[in-house]
Design a protein around this ligand. Sequence first.
Ligand SMILES: [Zn+2]
Length: 379
Amino acid sequence: MNWRRSRELFYAIFTVGGLLSPLLAVIALHGMEEDLRRKAHQMKFGSRANPGINVVVYADDFIVTCKTKEQAEQLVPVISQWLAENVGVELSLEKTHITHINDGFDFLGFNVRKYKGRLLIKPAKENKLAVLRKIKGILDANKSAKQSMVIRLLNPVIRGWGNYYSTQVSKRVFGYCDHMINQMLWKWVKRRHPKKGAWWIFQKYFTKRGNRNWVFADGAYTLATMSDIRIIRHIKIQGRRSPYRPGDQKYFETRREQLLLKRLNGFQKKVVRKTDGRCALCGCNISPEHFRRWQVNDDDGILFARMIPERLGGHNTVENVVVTHRWCYEKYRQVHGYDELPDNPERFLSYNERIVNGYVVWTGKHAPNDEKRPDCWTA
Ligand SMILES: [Zn+2]
């Protein structure tokens, strides 16, 4: 198992106490990596080009990775001295851990650990329990509040937490949290109606929707679930790139586009590619952040809309559907009603369609899916 041994890593996690602000911490710790790499080379950890250590800094926490436990132990006094000399702070030894990658460690709310040689980054247990405690706290504080009120209080917590972890291996944890939340909700509703039967309570507070049987809903309000949040892998940023450096703008533009396309299904991707991710009506860029809000938070700022309206026989085809801001689309429809063809309507037609007397007629063999609905055949 030589290859596996060569990949073994020890991590030492450090926390610097007593720094004023996260920004100052980043500035203070800047340059530590280079100095440490030089030092590691002098201590014969590895070559000058690859001394075998890496440093990850976030605010006043940082991780140093190295190849053996002995190296990690040797590094602690070196780092402690470096901090004392360059930043003037003390390394807090209680918060310094040396651990093997197979045992894993928590960093920024994530648990980083190798399972049978495979690195999985999951939500840390501590943080998972914390969010469940928070939800419990909200339910306890609102024992007799209206159901819709409770949904409105819980949704931002559930979505926010899920969103933070949506870039890593979180599917199972999300499932577990949803299960625990459902159990808490069941206790919450049972307490409100001690004399009613389970079926009565279920019907009052829960509904079935699609293939989900326990949807906590009250009229227009539906409780968000973590399982509905799509897991979309984070695209790593190359080491020295910075969004504030003009030379890297192209790089970040490409990365944004990749992230955006990851969020869409096949049909939506084709539609978005038609206009290079721009709104078809105003020509402005639609940011990945916008798409994220649209997908995760049910924010309705973006619309996949038919340019030839359904009333005129416009179909749900890649040609006819465009991506727009909702605001732009509504403005457009105020000027051009639903009974009017757009300018140059031919460009919204697929090769199976023709316009006859101002209506779109499907001439191909197979009608598109939405044509199965009879009301579309009015043309
Ligand atoms: Zn627009």
